[in-house]
Design a protein around this ligand. Structure first.
Ligand SMILES: Nc1ncnc2c1ncn2[C@@H]1O[C@H](COP(=O)(O)OP(=O)(O)OP(=O)(O)O)[C@@H](O)[C@H]1O
Ligand SMILES: [Mg+2]
Length: 143
């Protein structure tokens, strides 16, 4: 059967600034609240919350701050929460390596980006040297 692409419909959208370290907690809390309100199970809630926290932290630590957009959407059969993390930092120098995991330019574990990728269904990175990084993730649930 050929895959059928349904147009996704946005139901709500909000943007949170990541300008202070405390903002990471706000993004995490808001992502969890959206997932709980939409009936995601405990595992999916934890997955989205953890991914949100790691990506918001990357915006703060590596990107020098930025913003997170949280969007509720539906594709007709599924309900989704899409999170977009944007910064105007240096960009990810070696994306392939960063996605493999265990690589960090901050002497950390280097597991945030690769971990976030495994926790969601859709994961996209757009990064440009000297311009910044945009990471988009979506977690889906059945109605
Ligand atoms: N928004 C970003 N801007 C620039 N570089 C980034 C960004 N996000 C990730 N990186 C690069 O990718 C590497 C891997 O990211 P990842 O989150 O996996 O590890 P980390 O942040 O270094 O450590 P941690 O395990 O604590 O998250 C980072 O060390 C950094 O070099
Ligand atoms: Mg990280």
């Amino acid at each position: 059967m050929p895959a059928v692409a349904f147009a996704s419909q946005t139901m709500s959208k909000e943007t949170l600034a990541i300008e202070r370290e405390e903002d990471i907690v706000q993004v995490r809390k808001r992502a969890r609240a959206l997932a709980q309100a939409r009936g995601f199970d405990a595992f999916a809630c934890a997955a989205l919350t953890t991914a949100a926290s790691e990506l918001a932290r990357n915006v703060w630590v590596h990107g020098g701050g930025g913003e997170a957009t949280l969007e509720e959407l539906s594709d007709g059969t599924r309900f989704g929460i899409r999170l977009v993390f944007r910064d105007h930092g240096p960009g990810i120098a070696d994306l392939e390596r960063a996605l493999r995991g265990g690589y960090s330019t901050a002497r950390s574990l280097g597991l945030g980006l690769s971990g976030a990728r495994r926790l969601v269904e859709d994961f996209e990175v757009d990064t440009r040297s000297g311009e910044g990084t945009c990471v988009t993730i979506t977690k889906w649930t059945r109605f």
